[in-house]
Design a protein around this ligand. Structure first.
Ligand SMILES: O=C(O)CCC(=O)C(=O)O
Length: 365
């Protein structure tokens, strides 16, 4: 497909009733999540086969990763938000006397509630998700975005897209963790992936200058129809056709990890109950992140990154990072030992006459 592809514009139904907390910059800081420690959870140990599955297919479902108690807490919280019993800055105003249908219709998804609500921060920095991300994507983890999906009966799905289109990281190290809060089925609009499509280049927005990894490849087109549900209008549908599509149903507590370039989509909810999910997006904390919730940030026009708005979840970074607003234990709050401290790397090249013949020796002094 080339840039001459006919581009049909359509409304963005998946964005209806989508709430973004982007412009809310709460100044408060609490430590109410301080007890939510790593040691309260069983550590996660994935297998090499899990890693290979993610690299080969572009996605990996890990069953039962999140304890049911945590899932119930999030589900109850979501009920209370719809009832108007609980709120946070940026959430829609709900009068508990409103007819139920009107209240329910106000919620399809909330972006970045972790910046304004302690429970969402806890989920974004959940130790069992972070254990897995470290093993799948490297030890230095920056937590970038949270999304809370209500997906009520009748609400739309989201057409083919690549998440790195929306959240650029340089180099591109984006990975998502999608947690099923309710059962996700084909009927109520579970995720669907094109197997192996994570190896596709990114098909960028014309105005996005941060996609130099692939922009100059012949065959990469400027993409203005990402997420359009109608395949006839979505430029990525022709790319998706090169790969087999699989539905990825999930039970509450299952987590689906997927890479930034994998083509995926979901159908509308054609069932009778809500399909609820919480999704976190992460990258290697050493990537340059020119993105802050889709909003402008200080230094953007001068070409400076937005890493300082995102919480260092695990490991370390030479880039700036934020600390959590609600004190959820994570690397940003820990003392970090520089990983190279005391290491001396002896290269075989230094050993005249034996170029390349010996192993690299690493000794701690
Ligand atoms: O949950 C959905 O229906 C769509 C989610 C999605 O595509 C994403 O998080 O990138």
């Amino acid at each position: 497909m080339t840039s001459s592809t006919t581009v049909v514009t359509q409304a963005k139904p998946w964005a209806a009733n989508s709430i973004s907390i982007g412009s809310v910059q709460p100044s408060y800081r609490t430590s109410e999540n301080a007890g939510f420690t790593r040691s309260s959870y069983q550590p996660v140990r994935l297998l090499v086969d899990d890693y290979l599955k993610l690299k080969r297919d572009g996605f990996l479902k890990v069953e039962g990763l999140i304890p049911q108690e945590d899932i119930r807490t999030m589900s109850t919280h979501m009920n209370r938000v719809i009832e108007g019993a609980e709120t946070a800055p940026g959430f829609p105003a709900i009068n508990p006397d409103m007819p139920e249908a009107e209240r329910v219709a106000r919620f399809s998804r909330i972006h970045n509630a972790h910046r304004v609500h302690a429970l969402h921060e806890r989920f974004l920095l959940h130790p069992r998700i972070l254990d897995a991300i470290e093993q799948l994507n490297g030890p230095d983890v920056l937590a970038l975005q949270s999304m809370t999906f209500f997906k009520q009966p009748g609400q739309p799905g989201q057409g083919y897209h690549q998440d790195s289109y929306y959240i650029p990281t340089l180099p591109n190290t984006l990975i998502a963790a999608w947690v099923a809060i309710s059962e996700a089925t084909e009927e109520n609009g579970c995720l669907r992936f094109r197997v192996g499509s994570q190896s596709e280049p990114l098909y960028p927005q014309a105005e996005n200058e941060f996609t130099h990894e692939s922009r100059n490849l012949a065959g990469v087109f400027d993409n203005s129809t990402a997420s359009f549900e109608d395949p006839a209008a979505n430029q990525l549908a022709a790319v998706a056709e090169r790969y087999e599509e699989v539905a990825c149903p999930a039970n509450p507590g299952d987590v689906i990890f997927f890479e930034g370039n994998v083509l995926h989509r979901s159908d509308p909810n054609r069932g009778t109950t809500s399909r609820r999910a919480f999704a976190g997006h992460y990258c290697d904390a050493r990537s340059f992140v020119p993105w802050n919730t889709g909003e402008k940030w200080d230094g953007m026009d001068a070409g400076r990154p937005a890493n300082q708005y995102h919480v260092l979840a695990r490991g370390d970074s030479h880039m700036a990072f934020a600390t959590p607003s609600f004190g959820t234990p994570c690397a940003a709050l820990e003392e970090r030992v520089p990983r190279l401290a005391g290491l001396q790397v002896e290269m075989p090249m230094a050993d005249a006459g034996k170029l390349g013949s010996g192993p690299v020796k690493v000794v701690r002094q």
